[in-house]
Design a protein around this ligand. Structure first.
Ligand SMILES: [Cu+2]
Length: 304
C-alpha cells in the first residue's frame, strides 16, 4: 500500500518512529522494575484467559497466552496488562476502516493526552523510551497473530492514519496505554515462509492461499518495515498508487482495486525478525513494500 508510486515517498501517518530518533536508553527499563505487576489484570475485551491469572510472586513458565487487541474506528479494546517479555498478540480489526497499531514504550505515568499532543506537534516527546514497532495497515475483518518481545514497562498503542476531514485516528480515540509485566519467554514460533529485507531489496517466497506464518527477517544494516497490500490479480497492478492516494485522503469509499490489507510490521531492527500469522487470498497479488529508505523498496507475489 502506501508504497505504490515508487520513487515518491508518500506522506505517512504521524509516528514517533519516523519523527523521532528512537535510540533511547534501554537502561531506562530498569526504572520499571519497581512497577512490575506479578498478576495479570485484563480489561476491555478479549484475552480474558482465566489461566493468565497468577498468584503474586509466582513466575509463569508456560508459553504466553494470546492477548487479543481489537481495533475499533474510535479506539482499542485491549488488556491493560500483559505478561512479557514474549507477548503473543492477536490483532483483530472490528472497525469499518483500515487501521494500524503502532506500539511505543513510554515512561510510567505518561498519559494518552501527552502522547496525542506530542504526535500532533511532531516533536520528540520526553516520555518516550523506545519505539518497538507495530502492525501496519490491517483491513476491516482481518486478523493477524504475532509474537513480540516487549521488555517490562509501560507502552502505548496508537493509530494515526489520516481521516477525510484532515484529522487523524488518534483524535478519534485510537490511543491506549498498557503495561507489560515480566515473565519467562516462550518458545519461538516456527514460520511457514520467510520474507527477507535488505537495505535495497525485499525477497519474498512463493505463497499459496491460506493462513501462513511469515517471518519478516531484517538482514540489512538499518531498521526496516513491511506494508502488505493484496490486490485481485485481475486488476492492473500498476494502479497501486490509487490505494496510496485513498489512504492519504482518509479512506473515503471502498478501497480502490478491491484491495485488502492483511497486516505487516513496522520498525524491525537489523538482525532481528518478527513472525506474523496472516491470511493470503486466492487470486490476489500481494505487494510487500518497505518505506523506510529514501525510496520505497518492494516485492510482489501472485498467490494461487
Ligand atoms: Cu486507525
Amino acid at each position: 500500500m502506501r508504497p505504490a508510486d515508487r520513487g515518491t515517498p508518500t506522506s505517512r501517518p504521524i509516528s514517533f518512529v519516523r519523527k523521532v530518533s528512537v535510540p533511547r536508553s534501554r537502561q531506562a527499563v530498569a526504572q520499571f522494575v519497581a512497577l512490575l505487576i506479578p498478576g495479570v489484570v485484563l480489561a476491555g475485551c478479549g484475552g480474558s484467559n482465566p489461566s493468565a491469572s497468577t498468584q503474586p510472586g509466582t513466575v509463569p513458565r508456560r508459553a504466553p497466552s494470546t492477548q487479543v487487541v481489537r481495533l475499533l474506528d474510535n479506539g482499542f479494546l485491549a488488556p491493560s496488562t500483559v505478561r512479557g517479555p514474549a507477548v503473543d498478540l492477536e490483532v483483530v480489526n472490528d472497525g469499518t476502516e483500515v487501521h494500524e497499531m503502532e506500539i511505543s514504550q513510554v515512561k510510567p505515568g505518561t498519559t494518552t493526552r501527552q502522547v496525542v499532543e506530542a504526535l500532533h506537534r511532531h516533536e520528540e516527546p520526553p516520555f518516550m523510551v523506545a519505539d518497538t514497532g507495530g502492525v501496519t495497515a490491517l483491513g476491516p475483518g482481518e486478523r493477524l497473530r504475532y509474537r513480540r518481545h516487549l521488555p517490562p514497562g509501560s507502552y502505548v498503542l496508537y493509530c494515526s492514519l489520516p481521516t477525510a476531514d484532515g484529522s487523524d485516528h488518534l483524535s478519534k480515540g485510537m490511543v491506549r496505554l498498557f503495561t507489560v509485566s515480566d515473565s519467562q519467554p516462550g518458545p519461538a514460533p516456527v514460520p511457514d515462509l520467510t520474507v527477507t529485507m535488505g537495505d535495497r531489496a525485499i525477497t519474498t517466497p512463493a505463497i499459496t492461499a491460506g493462513t501462513r506464518s511469515v517471518a519478516l527477517v531484517n538482514r540489512g544494516t538499518t531498521e526496516h518495515e513491511i506494508w502488505i497490500t493484496g490486490v485481485p490479480s485481475t486488476q492492473d497492478q500498476r494502479r497501486l498508487g490509487e490505494v496510496d492516494a485513498w489512504f492519504e485522503h482518509g479512506q473515503v469509499g471502498p478501497p480502490p482495486l478491491g484491495a485488502h490489507f492483511p497486516g505487516g510490521h513496522q520498525s524491525i531492527s537489523p538482525g532481528s525478525s518478527v513472525t506474523l500469522t496472516m491470511t493470503f487470498r486466492h487470486g490476489y497479488t500481494y505487494h510487500f513494500v518497505d518505506n523506510t529508505g529514501a525510496h520505497p523498496v518492494s516485492s510482489t507475489e501472485r498467490v494461487v
